[in-house]
Structure formats: structure tokens, C-alpha cells
Write a protein that binds this ligand. Structure first.
Ligand code: PEP
Length: 250
């Protein structure tokens, strides 16, 4: 399968009706997409969007979180098996907003990744440094540690299911994007890291997305980098025209 994909992360935006209209508009604009396209939608819309995508090859739906345990007394939570049974293909894990607001760390994220894969989901694992770390030039050390903690214990079979999303925290929702050189440097570092542990065949095939203020006017340059396989798109995924333009840029 090609490494490329574009995933939208709607976060806590859109009512079910608005979400339905947004997916309809993207389908109208893109038809059969030139690459994998994933909608990361609020939990309450997962099944409806999955149904809406029936007979539309190339599209899939992603959850934005899940619980690490398979079942039990965890009020308000959703398990990997529930998501898989509802037709969900991907789950975004380790997003910086969940690290910040829900206190998730890479040990917990590792447990979620393992549970997701066991249920047949593909985790989109988000990593990325804060501004102070970038300014101190320590981004590779910090992101390397995140990846080591979250993915280091996986088997070769497990890592094949993972999509990595490099999302510098200072670029998320800020309008400031990493330069294509900054993105390429980190993606190359991550691919080499995966290669060192899991071998070059796995490293050559793993999808590494860039996320952080991807817009129609910067997507082509970012996606032209050899190790940038596509994008995880927040704000711009809420507008069908922008999202379609970003997909076309790939
Ligand atoms: C995100 O939240 O994953 C993201 C990349 O957001 P934005 O595109 O709005 O920066």
C-alpha cells in the first residue's frame, strides 16, 4: 500500500448534521481520492460517517481517542473493540491536546496503541515538541524519547499497523507551520529511528504525516519532502474546499 494519506482531525467541532454535510461536500469535491483520506470525527458521529462512506473507496473514519482497557467500569469511555465493531479503521492517539488537557503520557499512549492494534485498529500516533524545546534545539532528543516510549516495545507486526504523525506543538492551531526543511529533518530522523529498531523494510513503508497548520497554500511544499507522506490536518479539515485542496496537493 502507498505510504501517503491525509487525515482530518475535526476535534470537538461539528454537530452530526454539520459533519454529515462536511463529508458530503468533500466526497462531492474529491470523488475517488488520489490517496487515502481519513475523517477524524467526534465519537458521536463515527458510525454515521462510516455508513456515509460505504461505496466510497479510499476513505475511512478515525476516532480521536479510546480507552486502553478492553471493557469494564470506565464511565464515559469507549474501547478499541467497540470502535472496530462500529467500522472505525483508525484512532488518533497521543494528540498534544490530550497530553495537555487529559494528562496522557507516552506510557499510557503505548498501552492504548497496543490495545488498538489488538482490536484491528490502526493508531495514528502523534508526537511533537513544544516551542521551548525547539528553541533550545532539543527537538530530536525529546521527540525521540516520546517515540521510544510509545513505540519502542512494539513487535514488527505491531509497528506495521502504526501511522506516525509529527506535530510540533508550536504549529498546531497557531497558523505557524514548520518549514518544509524542519519537517523533512524530523521525518528523516523518525524514519531512521524506526529503521534502526525495526529494519529498513518497515521504515521504508511506515507512513509519517506532518501536522501543524497545514493549509492549501503550504501543503504542496510540505508534501513534496521525501519523508513527508501526507498530513494530519486540524482547522483546514473543517472546510471542504480547503481539505479537498490539501488532498489534491498530495
Ligand atoms: C491537529 O490538531 O492535529 C492539527 C494539526 O491542527 P491544525 O491543522 O489546526 O494546526
Amino acid at each position: 500500500m502507498s505510504r501517503t494519506m491525509v487525515a482530518g482531525n475535526w476535534k470537538m467541532n461539528t454537530t452530526p448534521r454539520q459533519g454529515h454535510a462536511l463529508v458530503r461536500d468533500v466526497l462531492e469535491k474529491l470523488g475517488t481520492p488520489p490517496t487515502r483520506v481519513v475523517f477524524g470525527v467526534p465519537e458521536i458521529q463515527l458510525m454515521a460517517v462510516h455508513e456515509q462512506l460505504t461505496d466510497h473507496p479510499g476513505y475511512a473514519v478515525a476516532a480521536q481517542n479510546m480507552h486502553q482497557e478492553p471493557r469494564g467500569a470506565y464511565t464515559g469511555e469507549v474501547s478499541a473493540e467497540m470502535l472496530a465493531d462500529a467500522g472505525v479503521a483508525y484512532v488518533i492517539l497521543g494528540h498534544s491536546e490530550r497530553r495537555e488537557y487529559a494528562g496522557e503520557d507516552d506510557d499510557l499512549i503505548n498501552r492504548k496503541i497496543v490495545a488498538a492494534i489488538a482490536a484491528g485498529l490502526k493508531p495514528i500516533y502523534c508526537c511533537g515538541e513544544k516551542l521551548a524545546i525547539r528553541e533550545a534545539g532539543n527537538q530530536e532528543v525529546v521527540v525521540g524519547k516520546q517515540v521510544e516510549q510509545a513505540l519502542g516495545s512494539l513487535s514488527p507486526e505491531q509497528i506495521r499497523e502504526v501511522v506516525i504523525a509529527y506535530e510540533p506543538v508550536w504549529a498546531i492551531g497557531t497558523g505557524v507551520t514548520a518549514s518544509s526543511e524542519q519537517a523533512q529533518q524530523m521525518h528523516d530522523y523518525l524514519r531512521r529511528m524506526i529503521g534502526n529498531q525495526f529494519g529498513s523494510e518497515i521504515a521504508d513503508n511506515i507512513t509519517i504525516l506532518y501536522g501543524g497548520s497545514v493549509k492549501p497554500d503550504n501543503a504542496a511544499e510540505l508534501f513534496a519532502q521525501p519523508d513527508v507522506d501526507g498530513g494530519l490536518v486540524g482547522g483546514a479539515s473543517l472546510d471542504a474546499q480547503s481539505f479537498a485542496a490539501i488532498v489534491r496537493a498530495l
